[in-house]
Write a protein that binds this ligand. Structure first.
Ligand code: LLP
Length: 384
């Protein structure tokens, strides 16, 4: 499955993106959406330029959270009219960038932000399309650090303030209010969480209609669909059928209403692998440490969230001789551990180790801590 001989010729650590799997994933999405459904890839998950350009070429939109991401999306070929831009703290410079490119919509999270967007749009003789990000107070069964749709989270506008904020948009000449935006969290595997969001959106639409507000043209339900980190080989493509079905069956769209999604992880996670070489094996009476040349600077998820990533020794000589290792990196932090007490075929210096399901929030979250170089990213085509 992996081009091991090619890997052996490359300096580690590096990310490898299986672009064939990426294309299959994108086509699985296309097979499960209807014409009023639009998927914007959440650039935050992975902004590798080659990955971005494939997603753009396949006709998807982009979901951005900074001016840098808007620029990366434009550079990769995403049309501005398919770009949505969210974030609690957009700077003036970032707003101006979005206005000048004429992006599809700003997802706005507060009245002060709305006022600034209005002002900057008016100064330029433009009208900004705006969706209001509503905090739906819907919990998601996921890690506390990546749940976003609860009242205690910093994101979105509180439901009780919704009508007031909509009225404010109606007074602003530089703002065109087009929709409602939601996002409840990430790595969600229970469809009931998305169904709960649908019910909440149905209630909100009814409440706004009863109060006499015009129906919005766009509903954006954010992203959040999770992947199988335990078994990436068995489940390389997420269950898009069940995911989109949850919305088709539970969300009551009004006539002509367009439904937007912002999927990140589900699109790129399983396509990406972090490749690293074993530097040393070190043992003491209670542990065997497998010290690799990748660290938390290359993939921070295990250190930050305690996340599991499936690990494979691609060059194991004796696949049935299992040994228990802590797989650790070279960074001067005790949390620089990819996994503890992990059974792997006996491993030696020079072996190539694959850290799987690393396509999302992997390369993009890399840092230069300890003056390390950022990992490179290669695609299937690069190594052909
Ligand atoms: N839309 C909004 C408004 C978001 O905040 C996010 C992710 C997404 C879409 C995309 O969510 P996805 O489909 O990828 O679940 N670094 C963490 C994940 C942070 C997610 C932040 N927001 C991790 O490594 O698990």
């Amino acid at each position: 499955m992996f081009p091991l001989e090619k890997f052996q010729q490359i300096d580690t650590p590096f990310y490898y993106y299986d672009t064939e799997l990426l294309r299959q994933t994108l086509s699985a999405i296309r097979d499960n959406i209807t014409p009023e459904m639009h998927v914007h890839y959440a650039v935050k998950a992975c902004a590798n330029p080659k990955v971005l350009s494939i997603i753009a070429q396949e006709g998807f939109g982009a979901d951005c959270v900074s001016g840098g991401e808007v620029q990366a999306a434009i550079d990769a070929g995403f049309p501005a009219e398919k770009i949505v831009y969210a974030g609690v703290g957009k700077s003036d410079r970032e707003i101006i960038l979005g206005l000048e490119h004429g992006i599809f919509a700003f997802n706005v999270e507060s009245i002060p932000e709305l006022e600034i967007i209005n002002q900057l749009a008016l100064q330029r003789g433009k009208v900004a399309r705006v969706a209001l990000r509503i905090n739906p107070n819907v919990g998601a069964h996921t890690h506390a650090n990546i749940t976003t749709g609860l009242a205690e989270n910093k994101f979105g506008i509180d439901m009780q303030d919704m009508e007031d904020v909509i009225r404010r948009t109606q007074e602003m000449q530089g703002i065109q209010f087009i929709g409602l935006h939601f996002h409840i969290g990430s790595q969600i595997l229970e469809m009931d969480d998305f169904i709960a969001l649908c019910h909440r959106i149905n209630e909100i639409q009814e409440r706004l209609e009863a109060a006499g507000f015009p129906t919005v043209s766009d509903i954006n339900v954010g992203g959040g669909l999770g992947v199988d980190y335990q078994q990436p080989n068995e489940h390389p493509i997420p269950d898009f059928k069940a995911y989109f079905q949850a919305y088709k069956q539970n969300l009551k769209l009004r006539h002509g209403q367009q439904l937007h999604f912002e999927l990140g992880r589900a699109i790129v996670c399983q396509c990406g692998t972090l490749l690293t070489r074993v530097l040393y094996i070190k043992s003491n009476p209670i542990k065997n440490f497998c010290i690799v040349d990748a660290g938390m600077t290359d993939l921070i998820r295990p250190a930050l969230y305690g996340s599991y990533h499936h690990i494979e020794n691609l060059s194991a000589q004796s696949p049935s001789d299992y040994v228990t290792y802590d797989v650790v990196g070279p960074i001067c932090e005790s949390s620089d551990v990819f996994i503890k007490n992990y059974g792997m075929p006996r491993t030696q210096r020079g072996d190539i180790i694959a850290i799987r399901s690393a396509g999302a929030y992997g390369e993009i979250m890399a840092s230069g801590y300890n003056c390390r170089q950022l990992p490179k990213g290669y695609t299937t085509e690069d190594l052909a």
